[in-house]
Design a protein around this ligand. Structure first.
Ligand code: AHR
Length: 502
C-alpha cells in the first residue's frame, strides 16, 4: 500500500519554433511510419520491424552526437542492433535468461519472457547497453541515501509498441539500476551531453528520484553539479512551480531543476500517458529541458538557457556514472515506468531531438502506464478492500498480508495465481506463518517455496481454501479496516471469508 497522492493533468504549449526543413523531415518520417502502420493494419499484422536508419541512436550519430548508452526493454534504439535488451532472473530456481529482439533493429521478444517466467515471477536483473560501450545497468548497490536496489518485477507492466507486446520497467520504491562505476564515454567534468527517456507521465511520484542519466560514479552525493540526469516527477524542489506536474526536470545533484536557477514557472509539466523527457547540458553555461507526448506531436521546450548560478553547476562536474530510477546517492524512494532512454556525447541539435521525438512517436507505444497489467489481478475481500502487503511495495519476508483500500498504482495489491496454487506479488508468496495449520494463524509474505502453507484454492462460495490446514483465508471478526491482518480460520461461508481473484 502507499500513501494517497494525486496527479493533475495539464499541457500548455509554449515554445514551438523549429526550423522548417526539419519539420518537413519529421513530417516525412511520420508519414512513412503511418504508411507502415496502415499497410500493417490492412494485412492484419503489426509492423515487423522499425524503419532502418531512423532509430534514435542512428539520428544522434548522424548529427554528430553519438549515443554512449542506449537502454530499453521495448525496442532496438539503433538499427544495427540485434543483441539482448535485458536479462530476467526467475524466482523459482534462480535461472537467468536474456530477452532479445524479434528482429534486428526491431521490437522486444516479450513472448520469450512469458515462456521463461511461466508459473513463477521474474525480476529484471540487467539492462543491456545497446551501444558498443557495454554500459550495462544492474540493480544498484546501497548508497548513502538508500539500501541496495532490487530488480523490477519483469511482468509488472506490459504495453504494446508497433503492435507488439513489450514490457516496461516498473520502478517502485527500492527498485533501481546503476552502471558499475563510471561508464564508458559518458560526460565528465563539464563535458557536453544529452539524454532522453520515454517514461510514464502518470505513474509518477514526488519523492527522490526517478532519474535516468549521468550520476556519481559511486552512490554518494558528492556535491552540486556532479549529476546530470533527466527526471519526470511531481517533485517541486524549487518553489514556485506551475501546476502539479509531473515536470521534466534536470537532476544536477542537490536539486531537481525545472529550468533557470531551479524554479521555472514556464515549465508547465508533461502529464501524457507516455512522456518523452529530454535534457541537454553543454557542461559550461547552458542547459535545456524539453518534454513531449511520446504518442503524438512534437516537443515543447520547457527551458533553454543558462545553467544555475548556485555554486557548483558552472562548470558542471559530472562523474559519468549512469542511474535509472534512483537519485545519485541511491535515493530510491520514488516511482515511475521506464521504456527507453539514451545518453549522447556532445550537445545535440534541436533538429536531432525533433527527429528522435518523431521516431519515438512512430514506435507506436500504446496502453496504460500507471496500472500494473501483467498477468496479475487484485484480490478483493471483505468491505471491498484489497489484499495488500504492509509497507510501501517493499515486500520483505515476513511482511504482514492485510486489507487496505484498493490503489490502482500499488504494486503489492496485484497478485498472480500460479498453477501450483500459490499466490504471489512483488516476487514473494502469500504464506501461512510457520507453515502453520491452527485456527488464527496469521498470513504473511514469504519467498515462494512450494510448501502447503502457500497453496490457495478459489472455491465457488468465494472462499480461498488452504488444503493443508483445511481452513480458509479469513478477516478476524469480519473486520474491514485498513491494516486488518488476515489469518486462516475454519471455513464458515461468512462474508469475512469471501475473496475474489480479479
Ligand atoms: O538532486 C536531487 C537528489 O539529491 C539527488 O539525486 C541525490 O543524490 C540527492 O539526494
Amino acid at each position: 500500500m502507499r500513501e494517497d497522492r494525486s496527479v493533475a493533468a495539464r499541457t500548455v504549449p509554449r515554445f514551438t519554433g523549429r526550423p522548417q526543413p526539419l519539420r518537413l523531415r519529421r513530417l516525412l518520417l511520420s508519414a512513412v511510419a503511418a504508411l507502415g502502420l496502415v499497410i500493417g493494419a490492412l494485412v492484419g499484422l503489426p509492423a515487423a520491424s522499425q524503419a532502418a536508419g531512423s532509430l534514435p541512436c542512428d539520428i544522434y550519430s548522424a548529427a554528430g552526437t553519438p549515443c554512449v548508452a542506449a537502454h530499453s526493454t521495448t525496442r532496438a534504439l539503433l538499427s544495427s542492433y540485434n543483441g539482448p535488451l535485458y536479462q530476467v532472473t526467475r524466482a523459482s530456481d534462480g535461472a537467468r535468461t536474456d530477452i532479445g529482439l524479434l528482429s534486428q533493429g526491431g521490437y522486444a521478444d516479450a513472448a520469450a519472457q512469458d515462456t521463461f517466467c511461466a508459473d513463477t515471477t521474474c525480476a529484471i536483473t540487467k539492462v543491456y547497453d545497446q551501444t558498443s560501450r557495454h554500459n550495462d545497468l544492474y540493480p544498484g548497490p546501497a548508497g548513502t541515501a538508500g539500501a541496495a536496489d532490487r530488480g523490477a518485477d519483469a511482468a509488472e507492466l506490459s504495453v504494446t509498441a508497433g503492435g507488439h507486446k513489450v514490457y516496461g520497467i516498473w520502478i517502485s520504491p527500492g527498485v533501481g539500476y546503476r552502471s558499475d562505476g563510471a561508464a564508458s564515454g559518458t560526460a565528465v567534468n563539464g563535458q557536453a551531453e544529452g539524454a532522453y527517456m520515454v517514461a510514464s507521465g502518470t505513474h509518477v511520484g514526488s519523492d527522490c528520484c526517478f532519474d535516468y542519466g549521468n550520476a556519481e560514479s559511486t552512490p554518494a552525493d558528492t556535491g552540486n553539479g556532479h549529476m546530470d540526469a533527466v527526471s519526470i516527477a511531481t517533485t517541486c524542489y524549487f518553489a514556485p512551480c506551475t501546476g502539479s506536474g509531473p515536470w521534466v526536470e534536470a537532476d544536477m545533484e542537490n536539486g531537481m531543476f525545472q529550468g533557470d536557477n531551479g524554479s521555472n514557472t514556464a515549465n508547465t509539466g508533461n502529464s501524457s500517458t507516455y512522456v518523452t523527457a529530454m535534457l541537454k547540458n553543454n557542461g559550461q553555461t547552458t542547459y535545456a529541458l524539453k518534454g513531449g507526448d511520446a504518442q503524438t506531436g512534437g516537443l515543447r521546450t520547457q527551458w533553454d538557457g543558462a545553467l544555475p548560478t548556485r555554486n557548483g553547476y558552472r562548470p558542471m562536474q559530472q562523474e559519468g556514472g549512469i542511474i535509472l530510477g534512483t537519485g545519485g546517492d541511491n535515493s530510491n524512494r520514488n516511482m515511475g515506468t521506464f521504456f527507453e532512454g539514451v545518453m549522447v556525447s556532445g550537445y545535440p541539435t534541436d533538429a536531432a531531438e525533433d527527429a528522435v521525438q518523431a521516431n519515438v512517436v512512430a514506435a507506436g507505444y500504446s496502453g496504460q502506464t500507471n496500472v500494473p497489467n501483467g498477468p496479475q489481478g487484485t484480490i478483493t475481500g471483505p468491505g471491498g478492500q484489497c489484499v495488500d502487503v504492509a509497507a510501501d511495495d517493499t515486500g520483505v519476508n515476513g511482511a504482514a498480508v492485510q486489507l487496505w483500500n484498493c490503489q490502482s498504482y500499488a504494486e503489492d495489491q496485484y497478485w498472480t495465481h500460479h498453477s501450483n496454487g500459490s499466490l504471489s506479488t512483488i516476487g514473494r508468496c502469500l504464506d501461512i506463518e510457520g507453515n502453520g495449520t491452527a485456527n488464527g494463524t496469521l498470513v504473511e509474505l514469504w519467498d515462494c517455496n512450494g510448501v502447503g502453507g502457500q497453496v490457495w484454492q478459489q472455491r465457488s462460495d468465494g472462499s480461498l481454501f488452504n488444503p493443508q490446514s483445511g481452513r480458509c483465508l479469513d478477516s478476524p471478526d469480519g473486520a474491514t479496516a485498513n491494516g486488518t491482518h488476515l489469518r486462516i480460520w475454519d471455513c464458515n461461508g461468512a462474508a469475512a471469508q469471501k475473496f475474489t481473484l480479479n
